[in-house]
Design a protein around this ligand. Structure first.
Ligand code: HPA
Length: 277
């Protein structure tokens, strides 16, 4: 991973303190950066080689917010690795660990999720207040590398309350409605059954998805602050009377993308200027 950090630092003089992981459909955000350097994951040592077609990701380092607005340097992972693709838990978090090694202290994790909380309509944007990891995996299993952080990291405030407040302030200024809720992480790739959704609701989940939890664990171990934002692309299984389709998930994601990106663009400069713990 050291080699990867050195390689990236040789390609740009930008040293971002803020990182972003883009869920599917949000790639346009990375294209909006200026002074940007794009490095395909395939060129970065330590990152897994993507096998999925159309999922080839890239790391984009650049500056967001030109023409007079507050600017912020960011490192953006455009595309992420999922357990359901067959990657190991350690491979899933390799990008997050790389961000940490590059000096990123705050990371925004975005994703698409099914809505369990009845307050959420399709297209709702939700700040993740906490997660329930039901993926049956943890990236910290195995020999602990003390350089990354503690063997038993605290997860009491895995999703920073301070960053959520910053996000709520940005959303209010932009007049974008935003919710808050608990994210249940499932392995996938099949969607949940209605019985599983009733179970998730019972145990306190508001959202369900197939990513983010392992990345949050790895980020917390490295003492990075996490802001998680979900886009509700569908009501969870059994709640709408309709079957779930990936095409529909993508379609709603596309429809909300511009609002999601607007919110992200409003939040990021505030993350840079607010005191970094
Ligand atoms: N379940 C799990 N993951 C998801 C969903 C869902 O309903 N929608 C988008 N990602």
């Amino acid at each position: 991973m050291r080699d990867a950090a050195r390689l990236i630092e040789s390609k740009t003089s930008i040293r971002p303190k803020v990182g972003v992981v883009l869920g599917s459909g949000l790639g346009a955000f990375a294209d909006s950066l200026i002074r940007s350097v794009k490095i395909p994951y395939s060129e970065i040592p330590g990152l897994p080689v993507s096998t999925a077609i159309g999922h080839a990701g890239q790391l984009v380092i650049g500056t967001q917010g030109a023409n007079g607005k507050a600017a912020v340097d960011v490192a953006v992972m455009s595309g992420r690795f999922h357990l359901y693709e067959g990657y190991t838990p350690q491979q899933v978090v390799a990008g997050i660990r790389l961000l940490g090694q590059l000096g990123v202290r705050r990371v925004v994790l975005t994703n698409a999720a099914g809505g369990i909380n009845p307050d959420y309509a399709e297209g709702a944007l939700v700040l993740i207040s906490d997660h329930i990891n039901l993926q049956g995996a943890n990236p910290l299993v195995g020999v602990n590398n003390p350089e990354l952080g503690p063997r038993f990291p605290d997860m009491t405030e895995a999703y920073s309350a301070g960053l959520r407040q910053i996000a709520r302030d940005a959303a209010a200024e932009l007049e974008i409605e935003i919710f808050e809720g608990v994210y249940a992480a499932m392995l996938g790739p099949s969607y949940e059954t209605p019985a599983e959704i009733r179970f998730l609701k019972t145990i306190g989940a508001d959202l369900v998805g197939m990513s983010t939890a392992l990345e949050t664990i790895a980020a917390n171990q490295m003492n990075m602050e996490v802001l998680g934002i979900s886009c509700v692309t569908n009501l969870a299984a059994g709640l709408s009377g309709r079957k779930l389709s990936h095409a529909e998930v993508l379609e709603i994601g596309r429809r909300v993308a511009s609002t999601f990106i607007k919110l992200l663009s409003g939040i990021l400069p505030r993350l840079d200027s607010a005191d970094i713990a």
